[in-house]
Ligand binder design. Structure first.
Ligand SMILES: [Zn+2]
Ligand SMILES: [Zn+2]
Length: 573
């Protein structure tokens, strides 16, 4: 039975239209994927773990695999780029003018000035001078409506607007799918075929009062067609709302995601938006300054996508050619070129997709696994020492495993099985031929690999629980400890045995705890993050939290309710 939504109508229809075509190639491709993951993942992970375990310094699960190796490789490589980066100074010019009581910021014609002397010269020359409007350039920009959602564009929009990790978005989407509210989310298609019934769905989602006027507007147009994107998926269409009415109350996250999907659905049928973009060019001698702005002249799809549309319009002063404006304030600002950004879960997922490693169904889970293994830390993913060592070991002894092009080759072979041009057996034999020498070379060097890895494991275990900020009472190190009696974790002072220091701070009890590099804005203490599966990580300052709870207790004694208690540990992500 083939279906993409769990609505009664489609299930009944699919059952009547049972497909008699053989799907054996699809089954074989699926099986082969599991077998390859098993062969690579199990063998390599076990070898890494055991080689370290044999050193007798404690157990840590180390893993790698066909997809995991290259994915971690991206993060490690980025970390290297950042550490090798040498910032170069440059200067920018910031100037303002005032027109009808409003201040506008000008751009200087060169956005990067290489020397301080040159920047200073420009500022001196243009201080308090009159600028004359020489030219006004205007052009119209049409922006096409967005494509229907495939899984990865849904994940990146949900990350941008709600901060949900890709895994969390997928979990919410799956619940909406099981409730028959949206179509199957694990799709890479950006196309909506006509047989889903565009206007029937639109009319059904109009039962939601927020959407009613929008749907009414769309329906009046004769021709309803989505702005289909280039990506396709043989198994499922793009993600769309089914138009079913929720049978149970949806949670906050599910409701938000449903709104995003419904608005995206409406938006893709709407007109393009039109925006006028203008640039006013002002002169003094041969120095040129720009004032740029834009204004929406036709909302089009933006009206339907509503809060999720990015509004970059910028008002411009009503200046005409020949008008004069005085420079109010001009200064040069020293800046530095910036290293590339660290990945976040959303951009890493995009990178995996671009490199064609993993599948739409598995990528989000793989990213969660990197956190669980202690390979990456924090929202802006920082590779741990352990991750560097594992990647370094693999690239020394078996570079093939972390080479994304090798994984992409296997991915293509699986596509060939699906298309019936390769056999499962043939692909497995080929993969084994690659794997065998890799395993042999690793096994030969097992002892050396083990001692390299176990060193870092021991160091990382200690570093993971030790704070950089010293004990405010005695100046020695603070660390995460567990109470023998209650099993609860808290921050204790290493000076306990030497100086008798009894300084402690409370910690959140749930989730995977990470000591962040970030410091608290208020007190300078090192922030911590508690990350629970499928939830937004909770970031807090243990010191401020302790002060706050103390105040709360005080408040209840005097019968007053302090205003800041409700949230508990503050979430500042
Ligand atoms: Zn102390
Ligand atoms: Zn603080």
């Amino acid at each position: 039975m083939k279906f993409s939504t769990m609505t009664e109508r489609e299930l009944r229809f699919a059952f009547q239209e049972l497909d008699s075509k053989s799907e054996i190639p699809l089954v074989d491709a699926g099986k082969c994927r599991h077998e390859l993951d098993w062969l690579y993942g199990i063998n390599l992970s076990r070898l890494l773990t055991e080689s370290a375990l044999r050193q007798g310094r404690g157990y840590v699960t180390l893993s790698t695999g066909r997809v995991q190796g290259p994915t971690l490789g991206f993060v490690v490589e980025r970390e290297e780029e950042i550490s090798c980066f040498v910032p170069v100074p440059f200067w920018t010019i910031s100037a303002t003018i005032t027109h009808n009581g409003k201040t506008f910021t000008l751009e200087y014609e060169k956005d990067k000035i290489a020397s301080q002397a040159e920047a200073k010269g420009i500022c001196d020359e243009c201080r308090d001078v009159l600028l004359e409007v020489k030219t006004i350039e205007s052009r119209e920009i049409q922006q096409q409506p967005p494509y229907p959602f495939d899984l990865s564009s849904l994940q990146s929009e949900a990350y941008r607007h709600f901060g949900y990790s890709p895994a969390r978005t997928l979990a919410f989407a799956e619940r909406l799918y099981l409730d028959a509210l949206i179509s199957y989310p694990r799709t890479s298609s950006q196309k909506l075929p006509p047989d889903i019934g565009y206007s029937e769905i639109l009319q059904s989602i109009a039962s939601h009062t927020d959407y009613r006027p929008l749907v009414a507007k769309l329906i009046t147009r004769g021709d309803i067609r989505p702005n289909n994107g280039p990506k396709d998926d043989p198994a499922h269409p793009a993600i769309f709302p089914t138009g079913e009415y929720p049978k149970r109350p949806t949670s906050g996250g599910e409701a938000r995601l449903y709104d995003l999907i419904s608005r995206r659905f409406m938006a893709t049928f709407a007109d393009s938006s039109v925006k006028t973009s203008s640039r006013i060019i002002l002169n003094h001698n041969n120095r040129r300054f720009f004032l740029s702005g834009s204004r929406i002249v036709r909302l089009g799809w933006i009206e339907y996508y509503g809060p999720y549309a990015f509004d970059d319009s910028e008002p411009l002063p009503n200046l005409r050619i020949g008008d004069i404006a005085m420079v109010q304030d001009i200064k040069s600002i020293e800046k530095f070129t910036q290293p590339p950004y660290r990945y976040n879960p959303s951009s890493l997922l995009k990178k995996m997709e671009d490199a064609n490693i993993g599948t739409k169904a598995t990528r989000a889970g793989m990213i969660d696994l990197l956190y669980a293994r202690g390979y990456v830390r924090e929202e802006r993913m920082r590779a741990s020492e352990l991750a560097n060592k594992v990647t370094d070991t693999l690239s020394t002894y078996c570079p093939l495993i972390i080479d994304p092009s090798f994984t992409a080759t296997l991915e293509r072979l699986m596509q060939d099985i699906q298309d019936g041009t390769a056999s499962r057996r043939g692909v497995l034999v080929e993969a084994l031929e690659h794997l065998r020498p890799v395993m042999l070379s690793l096994a030969e060097n097992e002892q050396e690999i083990g001692s390299r890895l176990s060193e870092v494991i021991v160091a990382q275990k200690a570093a993971d629980v030790t704070f950089d900020t010293p004990c405010p009472k005695c100046g020695l190190k603070l660390a995460v400890v567990r109470s023998r009696g209650t099993g609860k974790r808290f921050i204790g002072c290493n000076g306990k045995w030497q100086t008798g220091c009894n300084f402690t701070l409370p910690l959140p009890q749930f989730g995977n705890l990470t000591l962040l590099t970030r410091r608290c804005n208020v007190c300078g203490f090192q922030m911590v993050q508690a990350r629970s599966r499928g939830r937004r990580p909770l970031v807090s300052c243990p010191r401020c939290y302790a002060t706050k709870t103390r105040k709360t207790k005080l408040g209840s004694n005097t019968g007053k309710i302090p205003s800041q208690i409700s949230a508990g540990v503050p979430s500042v992500t």
